[in-house]
Write a protein that binds this ligand. Structure first.
Ligand SMILES: Nc1ncnc2c1ncn2[C@@H]1O[C@H](COP(=O)(O)OP(=O)(O)OP(=O)(O)O)[C@@H](O)[C@H]1O
Ligand SMILES: [Mg+2]
Length: 268
């Protein structure tokens, strides 16, 4: 019998925006150390779930448990301190700051606040925040960009910097919202290798929203499928590819082929 060791549990979580019920009594489990994908058509509620897990939105009903502790009412800022970090569907770096400054900001939950991280950039040439950020950039092969203004860098590089910044919080649970979107095939493959290495080295758990089924199949061990805010399937990537209901919501994507996002699926 396989022991399930959950790092994250959602129990009957619901969220509505005005009259629209976006997440409906959703329960799901993310197993510790397991790379898990959250998939579903546009508007299924994937980003909303990330916003509920990180505390950007409050749930209307249900509970969220991190390592068995109820964090449903924990403020967003403190959830980062508890080991949850994320990247965003649309890049949210500070475009006018340098790469190094952006990555240093990722450590703010481990310092006494933003000032503690940023102020010494000008005042102290060498401090541990700066050195940690430089080491992370070097590790990621991004050190050549440390002084570049982030907004001027190519999209793929910015996405990579955002990932490095999220890791600076030393999370145990990392949420990535469409990390491969907009990347070319070579960048996508590099991202997959980086994520595998990061998870193995840091022993962290990954929950990733993606539409690229090739990427998911290569990276993830568990897949959870969402439609209209409800879980309609879960299992291995292979189980999910073969699942008739999943094939149906992705409008006829034959088994084994990548499941592209299909906005028409919502009205089907
Ligand atoms: N702040 C908000 N206020 C009102 N409605 C919202 C808000 N955020 C999301 N929604 C609605 O909730 C539903 C789910 O949105 P969400 O962004 O979670 O979907 P998604 O699965 O991430 O889609 P996509 O694949 O396009 O990113 C959509 O109908 C969206 O319009
Ligand atoms: Mg989304």
């Amino acid at each position: 019998m396989t022991m399930i060791d959950p790092i994250l549990r959602l129990e009957s979580v619901s969220k509505r925006f005005g009259g629209l019920c976006v997440i409906e009594e959703l329960s799901l489990t993310v197993r510790r150390g397991v790379r898990t994908a959250l998939i579903g058509p546009n508007g299924a509620g994937k980003t909303t779930i990330f916003n509920l897990i990180t505390g950007m939105f409050a749930v209307d009903a249900g509970r969220i448990l991190l390592d068995g502790a109820d964090i449903t009412a924990t403020p967003s800022r403190r959830r980062i301190g508890h080991g949850i970090a994320r990247s965003f569907q649309n890049i949210r770096l500070m475009p006018h700051l340098s790469t190094l400054e952006n990555v240093m900001v990722g450590q703010h939950c481990r310092s006494r606040g933003l000032g503690g991280v940023l102020q010494p950039i000008n005042l102290v040439p060498h401090n541990r925040w700066r050195e940690a950020a430089r080491a992370a950039l070097a590790d990621a092969g991004l050190i050549e960009y440390e002084r570049s203004t982030v907004g001027s860098l190519p999209y793929g590089v910015q996405k990579h910097i955002e990932l490095v910044r999220a890791l600076m919080a030393q999370p145990r649970l990392l949420l990535l919202d469409e990390p491969a979107a907009g990347l070319n095939p070579a960048e996508t493959e590099a991202l997959q290798a980086q994520l595998e290495k990061i998870c193995a080295d840091a022993g962290l758990t990954l929950l990733v929203v993606e539409h690229d089924m090739h990427f998911i199949g290569a990276l993830c061990e568990d897949v959870i499928v969402l439609d209209f805010g409800r879980k309609i399937a879960e299992g291995s990537p292979e189980d999910i590819r073969q699942n008739p209901l999943v094939q149906e919501i992705y409008l006829g994507a034959p088994a084994g082929e990548p499941m592209e996002r299909h906005s028409a699926a919502r009205s089907a």
